[in-house]
Design a protein. Sequence first.
Length: 165
Amino acid sequence: MLEEWLIDGYNLLHGLSPKKSKKSCISRISREALFELLASFASAEERKVLMVLDGHGNNEELGAYQTRTFEIIYSKALTADSVIERMLCEKKGTALFVVITQDYAVTQMALGLGARVMKPGEFMILINAGRNENDQILFKEKVKSHGFNRPFEKKLKIPKDQNKK
């Protein structure tokens, strides 16, 4: 069954504002940087990610970030909460849903409809863990492609027989 992630966009962005705690791993992030992270997250595995932003906006400005598995929409006359609730009701039983929000009412509604709920901080930890793993994989592949995985030590060592001459 397809996994669908519904994100309360501005709730996520506001949840990422710097915390006073020094232990916080969450830092301020721009909308555009968040869109790029989410597009990457959506394409990493077979999952569909929908980010719902409150209000009216120009959908053309968001087109650059959207992919086959990542979409951003404005809620227009409704709230993002209402759009998320409607989607959960309409698609109940057709997909596994994960809702990203810190809003209590949306959390309770989503849980009641059988969705998993993650807070923005938990979600960003998940995204950063995946990004770090991808960076390590890409680094290893880059090293291999440049030939740095060859055992140079074996090639540089002079055989013991030749030292005696």
